[in-house]
Structures are given as C-alpha cells and as structure tokens.
Design a protein. Sequence first.
Lengths: 355, 267
Amino acid sequence: MHMADALLAPAVAATMYAASAVTVGASVKTLRKDETTAKLPTMAVTSALVFAGQMINYTIPGTGSSGHLCGGMMLSALLGPQAGFLSMVVILTIQALFFADGGLLALGANCWNMAFYGCFVGYYLLWRPLIRSKLFSSLGEKAAGRIRIILASVLGCVITLQLGAFSVVLETSLSGVTELPFRAFVGIMQPIHLAIGLVEGLITSAVLLFIYETRPELLMDVNKADTQLSGKLSLKTTLAILAVTAVIVGGGLSLFASANPDGLEWSMFGNAESGYSENMGLDEESFGISSGAADTAAAIQERTAFLPDYGFADSDMAAGTSVSGLVGSAIVAGAAAAICMAGGFFRKKKVAAKA
Amino acid sequence: MDKLSHAQSELREMDALAAECSPIHALHPLCKLLVTVFYIAVTVSFPKYNFSGLVMMVLYPVIAFQVSGIPVGLCFYKLRLVLPLVCAVGLANPFLDHTPLLQLGTITVTGGVVSMVTLMLKGVFSLMASFLLIATTSIDAICAALRKLHVPGILTTLLLLTYRYIGVMLEEVTVMTEAYSLRAPGQKGIHISAWGSFLGQLLMRSMDRAEELYSSMVLRGFNGNFFYADISPFCLNDLLYTAVCAAAFLCARIFDIPGLLGSFFVG
C-alpha cells in the first residue's frame, strides 16, 4: 500500500505531511511525559524486528500464496499507540530512503495511511476497548483473553487497512493523476485490502497470542480490565473516536465531491457543448455573475493553483506545440545521453590514470 | 537469494556508496535534502499532459549521477517496488481518456497515453532523486540535517537506532528462516502451526536484548540525547548549489524549454 511520489500532487502531499507532522508532535509530547529514554532501545529493537518480520512469508493454508505481518497493530499492541506510531514512521522512512518502497514526498501520506490508522485507530477503537472489556468472560479468563486478542487483531487489521486503502484512493483521486472513476478505484482497492487485512490480522493475532501465552506483561492493556477503564468510559471513548473518524472520512469525501461536478452541476452544464435538450444546456463559461473582482480572483487562482485544471482549452494549439515539444524532448534526451557518455568516458580515463 | 538476504545486501551497498568521495558527496546534507524534496515537488507538479516540460527534469538526476559516479543500474533495480502501483494507476488512463492530443502520421496519440507516460516518468525521476540523496549521504548525516530542521530528537535517535538494529534483526531472521526451510524442505513459507512461535520467540529475545542494550547505553552515559557527527557548516558552495538547482527547476517548470528548442528546429 506504499504510495509513490508520482501518485500525489504537491498540495495533497503537503497536507498529508502536515497531518502526520502534527501526529508526530503530539506523540512526542505525550511520550516525553513518560520515561522515553528507557523506552527508546525497546522501540528501536521492536521496530527493527517488525521491519525484518514483515519480510517473512507465512503460508496461507490451501491457497499456495503467502501473507505478511501487520506492523501498525503489532507495534501499538506492544509499545502503545504513540510509541508504535513513531516506530512505524521510522520504519516507513527507512523503507522510503533505502528500499524505494514509497517516496520521500509521499512519506507523509504513507505515515497517515499505514501508521496513523494502524496505531491510533486500531489501538483506541479496537485493541484497548476489546482487551479491557469483559467479553467472553464466561469461557474462563485465559480463553476469553485469547478470543479478545484474535478479535482485536483481526478486526483492527481489517478496519485499519480498509481506512488506509480508502485514503490511498482519496489522495490519488484528489491529486488528479488517474482517469479511473472514484467508485471503480474504490471497488478495486477495498476488496483486495479486505483479503489482505484478514490474513495479516490472523498472522498478527498468532504472534500476539504466543506472547500472551508466554509473557503477557509485554502486551498493552492485558490484565487491566478493572484498573483504569470502566465500561462506560470505553464506550464514550469509542464513540468519540468513531465520530472523529467519521469527520475525517466525511471531510475527505466532501473535498473530493467538491472537486467534481455533482448531479445538479452536470444537469446544468454537463452536455452544454452538444446542446442536448435533456439538460438545461447552459454554457458554464458564460454562466454566473461577471465582475472585475471576480475576474481578478479567477486570474489569481489560475496563477496560484497547486492542483492545475488539466482540461485542454485549445486542443489545436496543444497539438501544435506538441510537435515542437516532442522534438525538443528528443533533444533533451539526446543531451542526457551525451552527459552519460561523457561521464563514462571521464571515469574510464580517471581509472586508467590511477592504474 | 531470498528477500531477507537481498535487503541486507541492499543496505550494505547503500552504506558503501554513501562512503565514497565526490563533489556531490561533499555537499552539506541539508542542502541535498532540500534540493531533493524541491526537485520531487516540482516534478510531480507538472500537468499530466505536459510531457515535453517534464522531460527537462531528467537532466538533474543524469548530471548528478554522472558527477557523483553512482551507478544508475542499482537505482533502476529499485523501481520494481515503485512501478507496480504507479503502473496499476496509470495503465487505466489510455482506456478512459481518448482526448486526441497529437497526430503522428496515421497514429493519434491520446491524452490517456500521454498522461500514463508522464505518470511513469514522474515515478522514475522521483525515485532517481531519492536514490541519489541516500547514495551520497550517510544516515547519520541525514539525521543531523533533520535535527537542523528541528525534527524531534526522539525521532532521529530512533531512526539511527532502528537502522543499526535492522541489520542485526535481518541477520537473525535470515538464520531462522534458513534453519526452518532446511527442516521443512519444499515448503514455501512458515506453516500455520508455527505462525505465532516463529516470530514470537525472536520478539521475546529482542525485548530482553533491548533491556540489556539500554543498560549498556546508560552505563556509557546515555541520557536520551545522541551526539551527531559534527557536520561542516553550510558554506558558499552549498548555498550556490541549492540556489542554482532551485532556479533551474523553477525555470524548467515555468518555461517550456523543450518546446522552444523544438520550435527553433521545426519552425
């Protein structure tokens, strides 16, 4: 799910960087209150382990294919959401820098899509409420704990991956790099990540169950049912987080919606060029209030727009410049090749001189 | 070679490249970081049909690769991770966008084809720039540059420590995977019966290791702050490099230089 730089417009990338930076700042602030110094080596070793652990192939029975570990859920279950988030940020940075998995500009978006949802939404919405709850306690303490861990891991991975995949679609669509309609893109991404989330959840739960059986004190919130959180508070917290998630997702969706003509807009301007009688056939350019201030504002907007309007106003002119553009591009490509050859020549000379 | 061994050798390769000497290696890490981020931002900001303008952006990585002496082949190997998603998103464009843009004889080049090619070029150029940054700058220097940008110390220390331990963990996991595969020949991955215990055992050992590591760090005077190698101050060369690169990228973005060059020949 790592996004590449090419899939993001600078404005979207900057927004995601800002969102992730705020989360990093809040996490660092929260962690400073604790004994962070003592936690640092544990965070580093655990994130290095998760990084290496994500490369292990786990055979999915009966399919012949393999799955991987879900990093965000595992780290937040072991270290807590803030430390888990910072560890995921570091893993994603190393992946982007050294393995070209994701991009430097897309790092903010990747941190949000994979670390924020996995660590914060996964932990506060599912892990903590479920692990501290008294669900299945009639089955005995140990068995109930096991079921709660499986449920929290699987649900956590599925939901956070769904949110992450939806964010990828939203960010790519807002960046205007794909012609795929939003619905079709969502239709492809969500089911794929549903299956991935399910498998990743099962693998994560298997590892966490093993820890639960052998060293339960390493897991967050285990055996803390009655100490800090009452059932009432957990419901409140859950509802609050659900509301925040709804606002984020809803806000993102409305942003997307505003960038595209809605049904009303289509009915007014949609077929204006062909002059269909089905709609009002109005010309969008000549519709609305025209004033000096509006024209100036439009001119400023055109100059400063980060997300350019990709429409081609004058296709004849575009085709005309394209031929010279192609010739010019060929010249630039030739120059690049010449630079490469010159570099190779001088290096050979240098090696020969050294010998 | 499997995925784990590949990752280990890739890390070693990058470290070796960053330790070499060249005019690009000698630049201040902050200047390289800023130029790289600005280059990527300008590259991805090109409109989807502006193929000729985008081609100009190839010159920066090509020149920098030649000056630094970094082999380009290594960079293209890394494309295997970036290109699949970019291709998956871009390949739909030719089928959905039929806007005719150019007539080359009997062939009509549609907007979808152009936008697909520009998207892929953006992916390749961005990767080349990031690769160049990390191949000419060590992780310590990057962390020092990030500290100069006021990135929290916890994050940079964590980055350095994690990077240090990734090598150790990769080695441990490789040994475990090899041992497992020798005892389970013909099996593609880890069987469901060992899903939990395989990584769980290592996780528990690692947690203990982290405690020992912390104790040893405290005994050596660790108080939560890392002292970074003293990077040279931002000198005139660095300033000049940053200014020239930024101006060149902006010129390439604002003016259609290949178009002007082409019209000079075509008329």
